[in-house]
Design a protein around this ligand. Structure first.
Ligand SMILES: Nc1ncnc2c1ncn2[C@@H]1O[C@H](COP(=O)(O)OP(=O)(O)OP(=O)(O)O)[C@@H](O)[C@H]1O
Length: 395
């Protein structure tokens, strides 16, 4: 794996987790959180395998890792396979999609120690008793702020209840399920969201010094543009980047804008891939992988690409649409400047709406003071609407 020393978050988390503690961890994007939770889980599983003998029961995982999307599930699975390749620990991932129904009617029986899945898919499998989670000892919720937000919360909480995380914690840590919650952005009110699902008293809150700060090694540029100028500027920038082989991710806020941009780039002969949540999983994966393999230099997408993906070859991020949430800004910007990244990281933002300015001020202030971005979960658009600011073009 080409790893010699632990990163800051790994040095903090691994001993805690090995000591049976539940953790809520926030650490900056690209800082190695995946291995921070996988290493202690694998070590504990190796130890318990060594202790116990006898046959292993298929479809009965000891660890469950929940992630918000399928690309991230596959990525975590690949890291887990790499880590376990010289052992008997078997990672497995299930992300459903169209084949879920078929799978439920005709499930495979497989040895699996670590199961990686999304809350939606796992919830269906648990309801249909395809996997037996009675022996689950470790539960990880990656990108936990997103997994606890309005779009996911009902599914995440349903899965957590089925995994019996809270009641087993009350039974005592030794016998109970250990839980780890991880993200680069943890909103202030996360504790109240977790109440009733996780034993809060046993939860150690761990964060690295750089969390919720703008990373000094990534340049961020904010260009005020008229809406009508944006397309021309983007095309010019992308022609230049393709010529220089600079891998670039372009973020939009909606699937329809991503489709529009894909047409625009195709008309202007810019080779690219485009990914959004409306396309079938297999197509989505193929397109993302082609960008990761360097077959194209430009990837257009929505925020399904902004979280967790280890896009180390990406050098530029362009926010064609500025994100509505501060947390999304942090995650999008985190696709560059990762540990294994080559070259420089650069984030370019096209600013063309009045509501975007407030967020830019916050970010700029934090950058100048090397300070913390406050209230990372803020929806700026909602806040401004509250104080009667009508969204409009300001140039
Ligand atoms: N100790 C280490 N030494 C060198 N490289 C490492 C180390 N730990 C992890 N990495 C590499 O760092 C990169 C980023 O790791 P990872 O994807 O786990 O970050 P992350 O903190 O989960 O990021 P995000 O918040 O975006 O999800 C990966 O390519 C991984 O292989």
């Amino acid at each position: 794996m080409n790893i010699k020393d632990p990163t800051a978050v790994q040095a903090k988390i691994i001993p805690y987790f090995l000591n049976g503690k539940n953790v809520l961890c926030s650490a900056e994007t690209g800082s190695g959180k995946t291995l921070a939770y996988l290493i202690p889980i694998v070590q504990n599983l190796l130890y318990s395998q060594y202790q116990k003998s006898g046959e292993t029961i298929p479809n009965q995982p000891s660890a469950v890792i929940l992630v918000p999307n399928r690309e991230l599930a596959e990525q975590v699975y690949n890291v887990a396979c790499d880590l376990c390749k010289h052992s008997d620990i078997r990672p497995h991932y299930f992300v459903g999609g169209r084949s879920t129904k078929r799978f439920i009617n005709n499930p495979e029986l497989k040895k699996m120690d670590i199961l990686i899945s999304t809350p939606g898919s796992l919830s269906k499998l648990l309801t249909n008793k395809i996997y037996n989670t009675d022996m689950v000892k470790y539960v990880i919720i990656d990108e936990c702020d997103t997994m606890m937000d309005d779009s996911f919360m009902h599914l995440t909480s349903r899965v957590l209840r089925k995994l019996n995380v809270e009641s087993s914690l009350h039974d005592g840590l030794e016998l109970g399920t250990q839980i780890g919650l991880f993200s680069a952005t943890i909103p202030k009110d996360v504790i109240s969201t977790l109440r009733g699902l996780v034993d809060l008293e046993s939860l150690e809150r761990i964060q690295t010094p750089a969390v919720h700060k703008l990373m000094p090694h990534i340049s961020q540029k904010f260009e005020r543009v008229k809406s009508s100028e944006k397309d021309g500027l983007l095309l010019k920038r992308l022609h230049h980047n393709v010529l220089k082989s600079t891998a670039t991710m372009v973020f939009c806020n909606t699937s329809s804008t991503s489709s529009y941009l894909s047409y625009l780039l195709a008309e202007n002969n810019i080779a690219h891939e485009m990914v959004n949540g409306k396309m079938p999983q297999r197509v989505r994966e193929g397109r993302y992988n082609r960008f990761q393999m360097g077959e194209v230099e430009v990837l257009i997408g929505t925020d399904i690409l902004s979280r967790g993906l280890d896009t180390c070859r990406t050098q530029h991020v362009i926010n064609y649409n500025f994100p509505s949430f501060l947390s999304d800004y942090i995650h999008r910007a985190g696709r560059v400047g990762r540990i294994q990244s080559q070259g420089t990281g650069f984030v370019l933002n096209y600013i063309s709406n009045i509501w975007e300015v407030d967020l830019v001020w916050k970010i700029e202030l934090a950058a100048r003071k090397v300070g913390i971005l406050d209230n990372v979960d803020a929806n700026i658009r909602k806040q401004l609407n509250k104080i009667n600011t009508k969204e409009s073009s300001f140039i």
